[in-house]
Ligand binder design. Structure first.
Ligand code: PLP
Length: 554
């Protein structure tokens, strides 16, 4: 990596959200955490790069749940002055015919070796800006289409301009999701409307197979907010006739585009036929997501692993008892936390299932309650278990909020039989706690809808096996009985997602394999934990992912 030629400039990594510092609520979920892990890996691998994002100083959403599981919305405000340095640089964009100044704050991600990667947080809350435009950059994924378009003008166009103000030489502009696609238009103007020049400089990564996850704006709105920045006729040619589709714009003006798992590549090619789309499977930053007990263990048995995450392959050398001991230490921390935070009495000796993801119906946090009687029967007849849930919905996600209410209802109905809890306000800290303290990571999205999924990779860093439907990264990471277990088959073999069928398979796996192995075959269980590290943590990490970007995209 040292041979990366710095003379050719930096990689500019554009993202609407980022999980850089857990104290700064600048992310909503997987996309933001991934961006943080990419930046941390850029720093470790000494890749000359600069991140560009939105300030989001009023956060995304703080989740407060009442007894019945109703969600009360509140902003999640943090103070930039506590964490960031305000730069004196300024640029401007034009929004609704008015000049809007854009300033920036900076934070640097630094590697253990001292290499640092700056991240710029764009801010329109500046004196002199029209009042209605001061809060453009204040919070994430809130408000109407108009607000979103304004945010994307600031991120894409403002971001490209501020890099110029700061005299950055940029070798590639990497759009992490299409929120920043408008930067291609700024570059198009910079390069005399030469599309090839723009394509040479742009890389695009798409992260969702959900069509609602791809931003679209009507041309009426575009005219009103962006004006004739680029003739609408040209825009239609670069995107499509009906509306400004941000993913199509990015695809048309990027020299390289990728999906985030092999399966997601197939789905994306079906959604956007005719575009060459590669895939680079996501990864997590191993040392960031590895708990203290496992860090110690790896330091002892796998020297050099912090620099080179491939070395986790050598986990095969770690004795099973040591893995188990390290796991118990982390499990204790989680159980203590849960018992303090909720009115349950969980027990460290009991088999513990973790489920935590952004709360959205397709991820099906409620699947395990498809047949509550069956669940109670397993607990009584096969072996005791307890479940910890967490996950935030979008503040306006009515279906998601209903799902949480339903889960809280089940938890309450079954409370005399099974200890379960739904932790409030899922965030990076709780993710770290849960993906190092649970015995099993459960993941059961509807197949075809999960681009990749990363929480199971965090679990793998801590030797925790996964039980999951075959979607996203799990198609690449699962070896039955070796690194975990699958629910059902791949989509395509059996076309429909069927809740009853999949819930039954989930119960079967718990009954026939997972719970008996946990309680009666400790040696086999720790062998599975070791395999999870050796096979999956060694591969599904952000160092490997960034190396693939360097090789294939940059
Ligand atoms: C890792 C993480 C996610 C993403 O988890 P998925 O498995 O990809 O759904 C979401 N939110 C937080 C806080 C995380 O740490």
């Amino acid at each position: 990596m040292k041979s990366f030629n710095t003379n050719e400039g930096k990689i500019a990594y554009f993202t609407m959200e980022i999980g850089l510092n857990p104290q700064m609520n600048t992310y909503s979920g997987g996309l933001g955490i991934l961006s943080g892990d990419v930046i941390r890996s850029f720093a470790d691998l000494e890749v000359p790069a600069v991140g560009v994002t939105q300030l989001n100083d009023r956060g995304y959403c703080k989740q407060i749940l009442d007894e019945e599981g109703n969600q009360v919305y509140s902003e999640d405000v943090w103070n930039p002055e506590d964490y960031l340095e305000r730069l004196s640089v300024k640029t401007s964009v034009e929004i609704e015919g008015k000049k809007v100044d854009v300033g920036a704050w900076q934070e640097e991600a630094e590697s253990e070796g001292g290499f640092s990667v700056p991240v710029l947080f764009l801010d329109t809350n500046l004196e002199g800006n029209p009042e209605e435009h001061q809060n453009i950059t204040s919070c994430l994924y809130r408000g109407d289409q108009k607000r979103r378009l304004k945010q994307e003008i600031v991120l894409g166009i403002g971001g490209a301009r501020i890099l110029k103000e700061l005299d950055y030489e940029i070798r590639k502009y990497h759009m992490n999701e299409s929120h920043s696609s408008l930067l291609t238009l700024e570059l198009l103007k910079r390069y005399d409307m030469n599309r090839e020049s723009v394509r040479d400089r742009c890389v695009f990564t798409t992260h969702t197979p959900e069509s609602s996850g791809h931003d679209r704006f009507s041309y009426d709105l575009v005219k009103e907010v962006l004006g004739e920045f680029i003739p609408i006729k040209t825009l239609k040619d670069l995107s499509r006739e009906e509306d400004l589709h941000m993913t199509l714009l990015a695809l048309n003006l990027s020299g390289y585009a990728n999906a985030v798992s092999k399966r997601h590549e197939e789905v994306t090619k079906e959604m956007f036929p005719g575009f060459p789309i590669d895939s680079i499977t996501n990864g997590v930053h191993s040392s960031y997501w590895t708990s203290d007990s496992f860090k110690k263990l790896y330091d002892e048995y796998i020297p050099g692993w912090r620099k080179d995450h491939y070395k986790l392959k050598y986990a095969v050398r770690i004795p099973g008892e040591k893995i188990w001991k390290a796991h118990l230490d982390e499990k204790e921390k989680l159980i203590d936390y849960v018992n303090k935070k909720s009115d349950v009495e969980m027990n460290e000796r009991v088999f513990t299932i973790g489920f935590a993801r952004r709360a959205t119906p397709y991820k099906r946090a409620d699947l395990i309650f498809q047949n509550p009687d069956q669940l109670v029967k397993i607990d009584k007849e096969v072996g005791d278990f307890q479940i910890i849930f967490a996950g935030k919905p979008h503040p306006e996600g009515e279906e998601s909020k209903k799902m949480i209410k339903k889960i809280k209802g089940h938890i309450n109905d079954l409370k005399d039989n099974i200890e379960m809890t739904y932790l409030e306000d899922y965030d990076m800290g709780k993710a770290a706690l849960m993906t190092s303290g649970a015995d099993l990571w459960l993941n059961n999205p509807e197949r075809g809808r999960e681009a990749c999924g990363t929480s199971g990779m965090k679990a793998a860093c801590n030797g925790i096996p996964q039980l999951s439907t075959l979607d996203g990264w799990w198609i690449e990471g699962y070896i039955e009985d070796v690194t975990g277990w699958k629910i059902g088959s791949e989509l395509g073999e059996k076309q429909e997602n069927d809740r009853d069928v999949e819930a039954n398979e989930l119960y079967e796996k718990l009954t026939d394999k997972i719970i008996p192995t946990f309680y009666s075959q400790k040696k086999k269980w720790t062998q599975i934990m070791r395999n999870t590290i050796a096979h999956n943590a060694s591969f599904f990490n952000a160092h490997r992912m960034v190396r693939e970007y360097i090789l294939n995209a940059f």
